[in-house]
Structure formats: C-alpha cells, structure tokens
Design a protein around this ligand. Structure first.
Ligand code: NFK
Length: 345
C-alpha cells in the first residue's frame, strides 16, 4: 500500500472513531437531559404555587408537626403501638366518648363496626414520620371512625419490599384488633403507592383482609416507579428498572388482576407535576380495565403538600370527599367483591 492510501485509511479510521465519540457524547447529553427532566417532574416541591421548593417542604414539616402535637394532646389515642417486626409502630386515634376512658373498649375486639381509616404517610419512602401526620385523624375521629396513623421503616435501612411487608402487617394488625370494622386505606404520595401495593398483595393466607378492606383513598401517588430509577429519589432506594417494575402496582396490574376489589378514589392536586397527573390517570384506567370502581378527583387550589395540611380543617373538601366514601360504603362485602353504590362517591 502506498503512503497516500495509508494516509486515507488512517483518516477514515479517525473520522469513524470521532463519529463514535460524538454519538456517545450526544447520547450521554440526551441521557443527562432526560434525567434532569425526570428529577424535576418527580420533585413535587418544584410544582407548588406558594413558595420556593426547599421552603415548601420545610414549611410542610413544621406546620404538620405543630398540628400533630395539638392533636395528640387533645384526642383519645394509643401512641407507639408496635404492629410488626423491626420496631414498626402506629398511633391509633379514637372518636371522643362521653367517658373518655372507655373509648378503646368500645371500639376494640368484640366492639363496634365503626370504620377504621389507616393512613400511610409520604416522603418518597425515605422521609417523613407518622408523628408529623397525627392531625389527619381528626376529621375521621370527629365522624365516629377510628384512625390509625402508621409509621414504617424507611430507606436506605429498609427496602421497598420490606415497607410493603410492614404495611401488610399493619393492615393485619388493625383487622385483628377491630375484626368487625370496615377498613379504609388512605395514603399520600409514597404512602399512596404502599396502599396500592395492598391490592396486588397475596392475601391467600389472610382471607379476611380482602373482605375487610372497603375502600382506598390514594392522594397524589406514584404507581409506576420505573421513571424514578434515574433520579435522586433512587439514591436511597437502590432500585433497578427490573426491581422497580416489581414494586409498581401500575406494571403489576398489566400482568395480574387485583387480589381484591374495593372502591378507589385517586386524588390529584391542581398545582402538581404533570407526571403525577399522568400516573394518576393511567392508574385509574388500569383499575377500570379490571372492573374496579374508581374515580379521579382533581383537587382545586392545592399543591402536593397543602392538600394534606388542609386536612387539619374537617370542612376541607378532601376530608369531606373521603368521609363521603367512608359513609357510602356500608354494605357487607360479598364473596366476589364489594357491593358498592352505583352512584360512586
Ligand atoms: N424531595 C421531594 C419531597 C417529597 O416528595 C415529599 C416530602 C414530604 C412529604 C411527601 C413528599 N412526597 C412524596 O412522598 C420534593 O422535592 O418534592
């Protein structure tokens, strides 16, 4: 080969290699852009209409902590009840009784068929605590329901599978304590995801559970975890795309039917991320495809955090919608599922 031909060869090889580098750089840039987009769309604080993102989370934690201290002082409650392994605890709040000492007795074991609402807090499975959210119990106890505000071990110490197992244990515990009660699950954000996982859990060894759960209120939840794998949220969770799909009710329900049906209310905030809204809509669609009676409520004027803060006021629209659901579903469950009123909520 002459020198000229050799030079040409070298040039061709070099430009091929450069193209390869440019292509990988472009792909790397595209990946980076996509990951930035996902991090923004999966940061609820960035979509609030009240204050800067860092400020809104601090404000939320402070105001909720204050409300909850007042609730714990003023209500009849059993605090720090161990319900599962690894020191998982819940706080149980009772409706006021004429003689406050009897409140637990009235509602326990042999007790009443009063509804019990079990609340699971949010915080992307790595923040938050049951102690911040005692106050959400107030509208329920004022209406005669028992409320259980559930804590669970968080990431990175706990895996998502462990958290799902803890919420299953919390449901079993409540069902044993209040065997005649209608159970309702209410979860916010990551807590809504954990509640939704109950619908795809195996209850074959606890057949009374699917019978007992009458409704779920899923407030601004994430039902498909695959999009968060490349975001900061996953630093503590350590999910792969595969393990994320395995703990995603949206994805699981493409492969199996829910293990029970009950009335589901999926709630979205007006000032929320379009990704959360998309997930809520898609979750309602997949539930409907399984003949689950569910509806989507877009809550006006609120963001991811104020939708919960406002629950301190029992007249709040969300409190009222939840109570409407709890009051409407009075019928006993048949073997095949729940008899729910045709009109829905
Ligand atoms: N890092 C998140 C915080 C967050 O998502 C959050 C914080 C407190 C209570 C609920 C939350 N969201 C979902 O679990 C954000 O920037 O919005």
């Amino acid at each position: 080969m002459g020198n000229r031909a050799k030079d040409q060869d070298i040039q061709e090889e070099t430009s091929k290699a450069l193209c390869g580098v440019c292509l990988s750089l472009n792909i790397a840039n595209m990946d980076e852009e996509k990951n930035e987009w996902l991090a923004q769309y999966y940061s609820p604080s960035k979509w609030n209409n009240r204050m800067d993102p860092g400020g809104v989370v601090d404000y939320h934690v402070n105001i909720c902590t204050g409300y909850s201290k007042t609730t714990r002082k003023s209500s009849h409650c059993e605090l720090s009840v161990c319900y599962g392994e690894k020191k998982a605890k819940m706080d149980i709040f009772y409706p006021a009784q004429e003689n406050d000492d009897t409140a637990e007795c009235v509602h326990e074991e042999s007790g009443s068929s009063a509804a019990v609402v079990l609340f699971v807090h949010g915080g992307y499975w790595q923040e938050g605590s049951r102690k911040i959210y005692s106050f959400v119990s107030e509208s329920w106890t004022k209406d005669g329901c028992v409320a259980a505000v559930v804590g669970y071990n968080l990431a990175p110490e706990a895996s998502l599978d462990q958290m799902v197992g803890e919420i299953q244990s919390a449901v079993k515990y409540i069902n044993t304590r209040f065997p005649k009660s209608r159970l309702f699950l209410c979860g916010h954000s990551a807590g809504a995801h954990l509640c939704a996982m109950m619908m795809v859990s195996d209850w074959s060894k606890d057949l009374s559970i699917p019978q007992a759960i009458h409704g779920m209120f899923l407030l601004s939840g994430v039902f498909d975890l695959v999009p968060i794998v490349s975001t900061y949220v996953n630093d503590a969770l350590k999910l792969t795309e595969e393990s994320a799909a395995q703990v995603s009710p949206q994805q699981i329900l493409t492969k199996m039917s829910p293990t029970f049906v009950c009335l589901i209310l999926v709630v979205m905030e007006e000032h929320g991320s379009p990704e959360f809204l998309r997930q809520a809509k898609e979750f309602v669609e997949i539930l409907k495809s399984h003949k689950v009676q569910c509806c989507l409520l877009e809550l006006p004027g609120v963001d991811h955090f104020s939708m919960i803060e406002n629950m301190v006021n029992s007249d709040d629209l969300l409190c009222q919608e939840i109570l409407k659901g709890v009051r409407n579903i009075t019928s006993a469950k048949s073997e095949k599922g729940v008899k729910v009123p045709d009109s829905g909520l």
